[in-house]
Design a protein around this ligand. Structure first.
Ligand code: BGC
Ligand code: ZN
Length: 364
């Protein structure tokens, strides 16, 4: 089978022959034909060799953790899936320890030991190949009419889990589901735009604060869904704050600490700031730590980091995508900026980041 992956020892990114055709080795397994795989910042970072680990005994790691596939074979113990179903696999697999209270209940997104694995990222091959086998427990069925956008399910799970965290934290207040509250999304990449859609659907007054001046295609997309795009190049943070009023929630989807900690200064009373970006290690930067600490205490603020996603987040993402598709069919489709053959892997993974969400088509 053809596969795109990294060979860390040689510092190579390559399209190679991944010669193990996967077979069903457990009754609960299903075999999946890969239709398409999205590319994200994590993949690009793995290609810079700052992140990512091949499976034990393998020199290479097959990339890809944002996949859409079709079930082509099911084991005798599979109960929820049948041949022909479309599925999106999750990413993280539980650690092997019985004493991990999270992994034993299927919440490996909150693994306590750090010995979890992640497909296409940490010690298990990913989906940028023709077929893979997975336990049905880690496969999420997608309705056929979402086929053209279902590759966005995994990136949308970031917002789904983040918003579940926000709801849990804000159950300390009379917050409801956030309807009528004001949210600021930092960044207008796929995680930011999908997050903005999720916020608008929940009734938040939503602003997207991002660098590029208008007009630009991302700004147009954001404004078309009823959120408001604000360029940090043309509008100062102080002026931005006047436009928003009390900011109840900041959803960070930028991966840049400097801007994030600036914006933290305008987080409102009882506000929540959620980090989802994973910046590479960089030199230290100055932060007004005492002022921030004073603000956080006097304003009851909560700062949370969130990573990965549980089954509920995948199911929520599939349900939300159906809503997005009905409400904003063009905007949703336009998040997918291009579909490319496997041969384009080099430009997509190592070239300048372009568009919004680029996708590699594997099995059409
Ligand atoms: C993936 C997550 C993963 C994280 C850290 C992200 O790109 O979407 O599933 O947990 O990287 O490896
Ligand atoms: Zn664990």
């Amino acid at each position: 089978m053809r596969a795109v992956g990294v060979i860390p020892k040689k510092r190579e990114v390559a399209l190679f022959d991944h010669h193990v055709m996967p077979t069903l080795s457990e009754p609960g397994h299903a075999k999946i034909r890969v239709i398409e795989v999205g590319i994200c910042g994590t993949d690009r970072e793995i290609c810079s060799f700052a992140y990512g680990t091949p499976p034990d005994g393998s020199d290479y790691l097959v990339l890809g953790h944002e996949a859409l596939g079709e079930v082509v074979e099911v084991g005798a113990g599979v109960t929820r899936l049948k041949v022909g179903d479309l599925v999106v696999p999750s990413v993280r697999r539980p650690c092997p320890h019985d004493h991990c209270p999270s992994c034993v209940v299927g919440r490996q997104d909150f693994c306590f030991t750090g010995d979890f694995t992640e497909r296409g990222i940490k010690m298990v091959h990913g989906y940028m190949t023709e077929f893979f086998v997975e336990d049905e427990e880690h496969l999420n069925r997608v309705p056929a009419d979402l086929r053209d956008v279902a590759v966005l399910v995994e990136p949308l799970t970031v917002a789904e889990k983040a918003l579940a965290q926000v709801t849990a934290v804000q159950s300390r207040l009379n917050w409801g589901n956030g309807a009528g509250k004001t949210a600021v999304v930092l960044g207008a990449g796929p995680i930011g735009i999908l997050g903005a859609m999720a916020l608008v659907v929940r009734g938040y007054k939503t602003f997207v604060y991002s660098r590029s001046a208008e007009p630009n295609p991302k700004a147009a997309l954001v404004n078309s869904i009823g959120a408001k795009y604000i360029s940090s190049e043309t509008i100062s943070l102080a002026d931005f704050q006047k436009m928003t009023g009390n900011i109840d929630l900041v959803y960070e989807a930028l991966g840049v600490a400097k801007i994030s900690f600036e914006v933290m200064k305008v987080l409102g009373l009882n506000g929540v700031f959620v980090f989802t970006g994973i910046p590479p290690h960089k030199p230290a930067i100055p932060v007004e730590a005492d002022s921030l600490m004073r603000q956080m205490v006097l304003m009851n603020q909560v700062i949370i980091g969130t990573v990965n996603a549980d089954r509920a987040a995948f199911e929520g993402a599939i349900a939300d995508l159906a809503i997005f598709k009905q409400r904003w069919p063009d905007a949703l489709r336009n998040i997918i900026s291009g579909r490319f053959p496997m041969e384009s892997y080099r430009d997509l993974l190592l070239g300048k980041a372009t568009g919004i969400k680029n996708v590699i088509t594997i099995g059409g």
